[in-house]
Design a protein around this ligand. Sequence first.
Ligand code: GLA
Length: 363
Amino acid sequence: MNFQKITKLLLPAVTGVFFAGSCIGQDQPGKGLKDYYRSLFPIGVAVSPRALQGNEGQFIVTQFNSLTPENDMKMGVIHPKEDEYDFRKADAIVDFAVRNRMKMRGHTLCWHNQVAGWMFTDKKGDTVSKEILLQRLKEHITTVVTRYKGKIYAWDVVNEAISDKKDEFYRNSAWLRICGPGFIEKAFQWAHAADPEAVLFYNDYNEINPVKRGKIIRMIKELRGKGVPVQAVGLQGHWAINEPTTEQLENTFADFAALKLPLQITELDISVYPKEHEARTRSAGDNDTSFTSERENAQAAQYRAVFEIFRKYKASLTGVTFWNVSDRHSWLDDFPVRGRKDYPLLFDRDFQPKKAFKEVVSF
Ligand code: GLA
């Protein structure tokens, strides 16, 4: 990256003349996204420690008041070997949040992806027993949650345990195959024991699908019925210009709000391509990856629509977190189509606010 260029591009944001030329900026210099929503809910962003350095770090502090580590608290990163934790990157993010008085979410204590292979196998490479795996999970959760006690206010305890398949309830993961669904309640109990003050989330995607949503809600009700401390629901919110429809999102919020638990949008982005749920190879139809005005307008309209619903449900919603800072980098550049550039966020590759930003803050 050309540092001088990025310095030049980011400087206006830092000095408060962020929206030079637009009426918003002239009226309210230095006002960031979080400030428009201050009385409603915190606005967060998923980051790596690298994004927190220098001017990008300053930009983040101006725009957001909550952080989530994009990758650095996932099991595989923070606990690469049985006897080895690597807290360096996670610590850097937590320190930044504390220093800048930002909220800090933990992500994630138990997931089927981005977990090191040792977790499920013994020294010979054989699959471990349920007892051993649960003991490892307990040790992992207790160590990580205890380390950040008092600094992380909310944890995504279990991520994506529900199946996308219509006729299957739980996801067929190594956790499920070895432990049965009991690992879910254990994870919440151990997290609660390590930090009774932290708000414990169940987090999942495609919650706009009524079948999957029904399963998530049923699981949460059953767990709570047994006294398991599932205290809040995270809706990831990896969406696109054509999905969810307003009706789908309204129904989603209405159903989850009926649980009377805090809700958060934990991983928001809105792809400029029509939604596809499965990864696929790139084809000729993917050649035009430019940010056309048609894509820009469709995205701005979708951002407007979803934030209208977020504001409507402000009594239930306790946070909205974007998955990455700007269109300079997003995981959607490689998903569902590897190497297809996407533009899913509110700031462009030069960290300038897009049309979508204006729609989100005009209310
Ligand atoms: C899921 C996970 C996130 C992230 C995204 C893709 O939503 O919860 O941590 O890995 O997939 O980037």
